[in-house]
Ligand binder design. Structure first.
Ligand code: DGL
Length: 263
């Protein structure tokens, strides 16, 4: 009987984490869940979003009986990780902006953080800056459209370089002969278009993608758990709203079966 890992995001961004998890643990049963009816999470008011996440996760957990849940969404993790840990008797692995590794690798001392407006506003994110990067200049930028741009790219739509460049421009700063040299991809959607981001960046920087680190953490948690009591039904995706486009992308990513999450 294999271990069952539930990967949750508002949309398709969690696929960046799912790819890393599947490559590290090919024998585990990986389930993907997108709250596509709630996407994007970036602009939701806090209380309503916590309530939404608890509700959707409760239904997902009842339906899929996972061994571990990965909140593959910075916007959700920085807000609701503690709440869901208290609410559900399961291990949760969260995804929060990789400010610590960025602060460690930066030589110029200027790091950028691209994230959703919600993530940028969180106390959790400010605490990461204070704890791990107080000796650095940290330029946080809440991107209004970047997650949606990544979704559209996955759906095969054209994405203009100029629109992409405008979304990322604020984190590229020059100060006293130094300039940004590390940029945190603080939303799981962004690694999915990391190549395009690198192409339009005003100068080369390290793009910090936490997907592998998250997969390593999932593997550590799995080592300490026994196998799932449920049956292994193969890779399955859950959606909160019917969408042929989502189903196509998920099928391409190996989640051939999908089902609507029961209300
Ligand atoms: N993928 C999500 C994150 O990591 C957010 C996208 C959204 O729903 O705004 O923050």
């Amino acid at each position: 009987m294999s271990q069952r890992i539930l990967i949750f995001d508002s949309g398709l961004g969690g696929l960046s984490v799912a790819r890393a998890v599947v490559s590290r643990m090919p024998d585990a049963q990986t389930l993907y869940a997108a709250d596509n009816d709630g996407f994007p999470y970036g602009d939701w008011p806090k209380d309503a979003l916590v309530e939404r996440i608890v509700d959707v996760l409760g239904r997902l957990i009842a339906e899929s009986v996972p061994n571990v849940v990965v909140i593959a969404c910075n916007t959700a993790s920085t807000l609701a990780l503690e709440t869901v840990r208290q609410r559900f008797a399961l291990p949760f692995v969260g995804t929060v902006p990789a400010i610590k590794p960025a602060a460690e690798v930066s030589e110029s001392g200027i790091i950028g953080v691209l994230a959703t407006p919600g993530t940028v506003d969180r106390e959790y994110t400010q605490a990461l800056v204070d704890t791990f990067a107080s000796h650095r200049t940290v330029v946080l930028h809440g991107c209004r459209h970047l997650a949606d741009m990544a979704e559209r790219c996955l759906h095969g739509e054209e994405l203009a370089d100029s629109d992409l460049a405008a979304e990322i421009a604020p984190v590229f700063v020059e100060q006293g002969g130094r300039r940004t040299d590390a940029v945190v991809l603080g939303c799981t959607h962004y690694p999915l278009i990391a190549g395009r981001i690198a192409d339009v960046a005003p100068w080369p920087v390290r793009l910090i993608d936490p997907s592998d680190a998250i997969a390593r953490q999932v593997a550590r948690v799995m080592d300490n758990r026994s196998a799932s009591s449920g049956t292994n039904g193969g890779p399955t995706a859950f959606l909160t709203k019917p969408s042929a486009g989502f189903a196509d992308v998920l099928a391409r990513e190996g989640f051939a079966r999908n089902q609507l999450l029961p209300l």
